[in-house]
Each structure stands twice: as C-alpha cells, then as structure tokens.
Design a protein. Sequence first.
Length: 388
Amino acid sequence: MIKFVVLNMDASLTWPYRQRDNDYSDGGHNFDTYRYHVPEMATLSIAITTRQRKNLVLKASELTPNIPSRLVIATRESRLAMWQAEHVRARLAALYPQCSVEILGMTTRGDQILDRALSKVGGKGLFVKELEVAMEEGRADLAVHSLKDVPMELPEGYSLAAILEREDPRDAFVSNDYASLAELPHGAVVGTSSLRRQSLIAARYPHLTILPLRGNLDTRLGKLDRGDYAAIILAAAGLKRLGLASRIRAVLAPEDSLPAAGQGAMAIEIRGARPDGADLVRLLAPLNHADTAQAVTAERKVSKIFGGSCQIPLAAFATVEGAQMRLRAMVATPDGARMASADVSGPASAPEQLGEQVAELLRAQDAAGILASCAVTPDNHEGLAPHA
C-alpha cells in the first residue's frame, strides 16, 4: 500500500511532530495522511511505503535530544482514566520507540469519597493530588488527567505540558426508559455530579428532582440500571472513549447545557526540570492540539477569574474556526433561579483576553452577587463558599 506523508517546516518546533489527520478511500485504495513538522525542512510531499514511514518516525524521534529510556505515567485507576493513560502511552510509544512507557495506576481521595458531593469535600484537587505526589517522589514522570478535573491553579513547579485533541465536549442524557429530559415525568429523579448541570436542568425543568451522583463511570451507570435514577447526565466524551456511545439517548446541545471548562479534553501534567536533562515539554509537544489548547485556555481563564471549581455552577465553552474563537460562559445559582451569561467572539490567538472579556460581561450581570448567594451559612449547609 502507498502512503502519503507531508513534511512541514514550523519554526516554533525543534522536535518532530507526527499527527494522523484523516483516512481517505479512493476507488478501493486506502491512504493514510500524516503531517510531520521537522525543523529546518521545507514543505515536501512524498509517497512512501508503510515500512519507510515507520523508519521515518524512528529517524525523526532521534532528532529529539535526551529522550529518556523510561517514562512512567501516573493515572487514576478508573476504567476511563486507564483508557486515557493507555492512549497517551500508545502515542508516546509511536513517537519514541526507544523509550519504555509504563503506567502507574493509583486511587485518589476523590475516588475514595463517594458518599458526599465533591463540592463539599475539597473539589477537583482530590483527583490529582496523589498523582502529583507520585511525580514529586520520582515514582512517575507525568500524569494524565481529564482536564475538567484539574484545578485552575497548579502547585508551584507543576505545569500542563500538553492538551490533547478534544472529544465530544457535550453533556449526554442517559436513561433506560426515557428519550430526553423533556420526556421525564413530574418528580422524576435525575442524577448528576455537577452543580453546573444541576443549575441548568433546574432552570429548564423545575418539576424534576435532581440528586447527587458520585463514582466512576461504571458505578454511575450501575446506579441508573439499579433504578436509583430515572436518568443521569454524563459527559459524552467518556462514554464514547469507552465504547459506550450506545448508552446515550440524547446529546445535549451547548445552547441547552453549556459544557464545563475543559470538558472532553485530556491534559498531561509534569513537574519541573529533570536531573537527566530530558525536556518533557519538548517531548510531549507533539501530543498538543493547538485548537483545543487555545479553546480550553479561554475557558479556564473565565473559570479562574471566578475561582472556578466544582464548587461553582459555572460553564465556559469555546470553539475555534480558523483564526476566530467563540467563547460562551454562564454562572448561576444551583437552583437555576439566577443566571448570568455571555457570548463573545474574537481572535483565537488571544484566548486569555477573550476570557477576560467574557468575565467582564458576567460581572456586569452581577455574577459576583450570584456566586455570593451560593455561600454556606448556618442555615444553608447545601450552599457554597463564595468565590466572587
């Protein structure tokens, strides 16, 4: 079979970048298109065999200096988290075949505490702290996260080295008996782990009963199948990654359920400089997806401005079309009674500035007051700490 490879020069890169773009079929002849960014090479299109392509990947990886002989990926042990880590391991193994890539599965506090809402026991950091400790102690070199689980502020010395291409960022309606939220009868119980989803559902369907839903993906589906809930709302990305798309009865449009900041994206976290001199930022850069990285930067900027965590009913969702970005966001009270929203477009090259513009529009609609009304008081133990 003949393969087509495009070699592109990108002055900002000093390492080989391999990304599969599309599969094409033409009259029964299949073609794979790959893009390589190799420094100091002009754009060149060539046809090569599968064996030659594999050799090119190996030769290209040799251009990256100080490739470690071994890398360890820290991850949670849930089925979805392990899928994500395996995906990253496969990508790295293809890029750097001379490097042994291993996975260290771990159980985090967020996985252990299942009887309380996440917003009441410490928030997103519960899912990443143990993985960061593993990196600090030298047991792991990097950690793979669902980006929406990553706090807006990382500990000193830690950084996100790559954001992988986003899966479907939308929310999914899952039910064994009903086709949509609109079909649910009065008083039907809907399960969700997200205050954002809770507020959006409560605003549109005040006749429904919304109860907390914790646990990994399989646990949540099990609770639905047991009859604890008439329906549950999950991230479409996780279901699709695990081959469970058939469980989705309806995908909720962003206009109806605006996604959380970073939803559907995977992030790779690293810690500081390495004693062996290996540059993990450089090594992981081929996995970074530019459009996704720009979009989630804008989203996380909005969330960061408002102290974003699972303790705030906040949504932020950006899409990139060419050089333009559209960013939508909202904040609300958990009961959906008060809500502020914003929708702004601008250059994709300035995601943080776009995030700041959206935040200003939300402030003008008393976003601070909305969030302050969620504060915990002696008479309101279901409330949230203010982040205005």
